[in-house]
Design a binder for this molecule. Structure first.
Ligand code: ME8
Length: 496
C-alpha cells in the first residue's frame, strides 16, 4: 500500500475516541504494510475552514485561524501520545493546500462542470452538508442544528457523473469496502445524483474561487482535496505520479462525500479516483453515536491514563471489528485488557523471563527446530496476513493471540518451573522465546512500544518494526545465547 489517509478532522473541538478509532486503525494498517516491505506513506490532518469552525471560533471570541491554531495542537498531541506514525500532517489553511484546491476547481470549471446558480434549502452545520426536509427530524434528534440557506452558489455537475460512477464501481469491485458500504454507495447513485453547491457567499472563512473571489470554496470540496495536496499535487508531478491513487479510511458518516462526490470531482479534474475507500462503523456510547455534537465524547487521554498507550490501541483494534458499529464500554475494556494483555501476553513474557533467569542463568536458549509450535507460528502468520489484507485487525490479533495461548499451554503442559536445568528445559524455553520473538513482530502494528520492550527483554537488537515479513517470522529465528531480562510487568493487571 503506497499511500493511506485518515479523514482530516474538524478543529471545532478536540479529538475524541471516535476520531482516534480511525487514526489508530489506519496507523496499525500502515505499520502492517511497512512490515510487509511496502513503502507506505501515511497521512492525517485537520479540516479548518467552513461554518462549523467559524462558529466555534466566534463562540470563543477569537478568529477562525486563531481557533484552528489552538485546536490543531490538541490533535497533534493526541496522535503523538497514541504513537501514530503519520508521515505528514496536513492543515487546510496551509498555502500548499490553497494551490491544490484552486487547481482542482479550475480544472473542473474549464471542463464545463461548474455553473452559477442559486441554492435555497436546508443545511446541517455539524455535517457541513446540504440536507433534505425528510432528513431533518433525525438530525434534530441528534442535536445537529439545521439552518435555512438562500444564496448564490456555484454548482458542480454531479448528475453528469452518474453513469461514469456506476461504470467505475462495476469495473473496480474493491473500490468501497466492506461490501455492505459499497452497496450503500451504489444505492445512493442509483437513486439519482443531484448537482451540489461548491461555493458559499454568506461566509468568508474559506478558499476564494480562482475565477470569482466573492465566493469561498464549499468546505467539503476544499477538504477532500487535501489528499492530493499531501501527495505533491499540483507542482510535484513526479511525487504525485508515484503516490497517487490513495487508499482512504473513513467512518460511515462521510461515505457519500468520499465514495460519490470525490471520485466524480477527480474524474472531472482528469485525475484517477482513489484505489479504495475503507469504511468503518460508529463507536457508540449508551446506544448513541459518540460525537462532538452529541456531547457524549470520551477523551483518549483519559483512557490512556488507565490502560497505557498500547492497552488503548489494542482494545479498539481487537474489540471493535472494522465495519459494523460497536458499543464501547469501560468494563469491556478492562476485561479485554486483563484477559489478553495482562494474563495472556504479559504472563508469557514474565514466566519465560523468570524461568530463564532462575534455571538458564539468564541466557535465553535457542528453539527446537522441530517444535510443534513452529507449525502454529506459520498458521498465525498466514491468518494474520489474510486478515490484515482484508482490513480485519480484530481477526489478525485474535489469530496472533492464539499463538500466545499455544505457548502458554506448552509451558503449562511441561511445567518448566518444576524441571531440572538441562537440554529438555532449554528446548522448552527456547520455543517460548521464539514465540515471543514472532509475536513481537506480528503484534507490532497494534502495540509497537510493548513489542519493542519484548524484543529488548529477550535480548534482541533493533526493533521488531524493522523485521520484514514473511521471512522474519520463520521458525528458528531466535538465535539463543542472548541475555533475557525480567523487568516490570508489561501490562499490570487492572482492578475491575
Ligand atoms: O467529517 N465512531 O470530520 P470529523 C467511529 N472534516 N468513528 C468516528 C466517530 C464514532 N462515533 N465519530 C467520528 C469530518 N469518527 C470532516 C472530514 S475528510 C476529507 C473531511 C471518525 O471531525 C470517523 O472517521 O467530523 C469519521 O468519519 C470522522 O471521525 C469524522 O470526523
Amino acid at each position: 500500500m503506497r499511500y493511506l489517509t485518515t479523514p482530516i478532522y474538524y478543529v471545532n473541538d478536540v479529538p475524541h475516541i471516535g476520531n482516534a478509532y480511525t487514526t489508530v486503525t489506519a496507523d496499525a494498517l500502515a505499520r502492517w504494510h511497512r512490515l510487509c516491505g511496502e513503502e507506505t506513506f501515511f497521512l492525517t490532518g485537520t479540516d479548518e475552514h467552513g461554518l462549523k469552525v467559524q462558529q466555534a471560533a466566534e463562540a470563543n471570541g477569537v478568529t477562525p485561524k486563531e481557533w484552528a491554531d489552538r485546536t490543531v495542537v490538541r490533535f497533534r498531541e493526541i496522535w503523538d501520545l497514541l504513537n501514530i506514525s503519520n508521515d505528514d500532517f496536513i492543515r487546510t489553511t496551509e498555502p500548499r493546500h490553497y494551490a491544490a484546491v484552486k487547481e482542482v476547481l479550475q480544472r473542473c470549471y474549464d471542463n464545463g462542470d461548474i455553473y452559477l446558480g442559486h441554492y435555497e434549502g436546508l443545511y446541517s452545520v455539524a455535517d457541513e452538508a446540504y440536507v433534505t426536509p425528510d432528513e431533518v427530524p433525525e438530525l434534530e434528534r441528534q442535536g445537529r442544528k439545521v439552518i435555512e440557506m438562500k444564496e448564490e452558489n456555484y454548482f458542480f455537475k454531479l448528475s453528469k457523473y452518474e453513469q461514469p460512477l456506476l461504470d467505475w464501481y462495476e469495473s473496480h469491485s474493491g473500490f468501497v469496502q466492506p461490501t455492505i458500504r459499497r452497496n450503500e454507495a451504489l444505492g445512493f447513485i442509483r437513486q439519482g445524483l443531484r448537482d451540489f453547491s461548491i461555493s458559499r457567499t454568506s461566509i468568508d472563512w474559506g478558499i476564494p474561487l480562482p475565477w470569482d473571489a466573492s465566493h469561498v470554496t464549499y468546505v467539503w470540496f476544499d477538504a477532500l482535496t487535501n489528499y492530493l495536496t499531501a501527495a505533491g499535487f499540483p507542482d510535484d508531478e513526479a511525487r504525485f505520479g508515484d503516490m497517487w491513487p490513495a487508499v482512504h479510511m473513513i467512518g460511515k458518516d462521510i461515505l457519500r462525500f468520499h465514495c460519490i462526490y470525490w471520485p466524480a470531482m477527480l474524474m472531472s479534474a482528469g485525475i484517477e479516483p482513489p484505489t479504495s475507500v475503507l469504511v468503518h462503523g460508529f463507536l457508540t456510547v449508551g446506544g448513541e453515536k459518540m460525537s462532538k455534537t452529541a456531547l457524549n465524547q470520551i477523551a483518549p487521554a483519559d483512557l490512556v491514563a488507565d490502560f497505557g498507550v498500547d492497552g488503548y490501541r489494542y482494545h479498539f483494534l481487537r474489540d471493535q471489528p472494522f465495519g459494523p458499529d460497536g458499543a464501547f464500554s469501560y468494563e469491556g475494556m478492562v476485561a479485554r485488557y486483563n484477559a489478553d494483555l495482562a494474563n495472556n501476553l504479559g504472563n508469557l513474557l514474565s514466566r519465560v523471563a523468570t524461568v530463564v533467569g532462575t534455571k538458564c542463568g539468564g541466557v535465553g536458549p535457542a528453539p527446537d527446530p522441530n517444535s510443534a509450535l513452529g507449525e502454529k507460528a506459520t498458521v498465525a502468520l498466514d491468518a494474520a496476513t489474510t486478515a490484515w489484507g482484508r482490513v480485519a485487525p480484530s481477526i489478525a490479533l485474535e489469530e496472533t493471540w492464539r499463538l500466545i495461548g499455544a505457548a502458554n499451554s506448552h509451558l503449562e503442559n511441561h511445567e518448566p518451573w518444576k524441571m531440572e536445568p538441562g537440554a529438555d528445559l532449554e528446548r522448552i524455553m527456547g520455543d517460548a522465546l521464539e514465540v515471543l520473538r514472532i509475536v513481537a513482530i506480528l503484534a507490532y502494528p497494534a502495540i509497537p512500544a510493548s513489542s519493542d520492550t519484548i524484543w529488548e527483554r529477550i535480548g534482541l537488537a533493533g526493533s521488531p518494526g524493522d523485521a520484514r515479513l514473511p521471512g522474519a517470522t520463520q521458525w528458528g529465528g531466535y538465535p539463543g545465547g542472548l541475555p533475557v531480562v525480567k523487568g516490570d510487568a508489561l501490562f499490570p493487571r487492572i482492578k475491575a
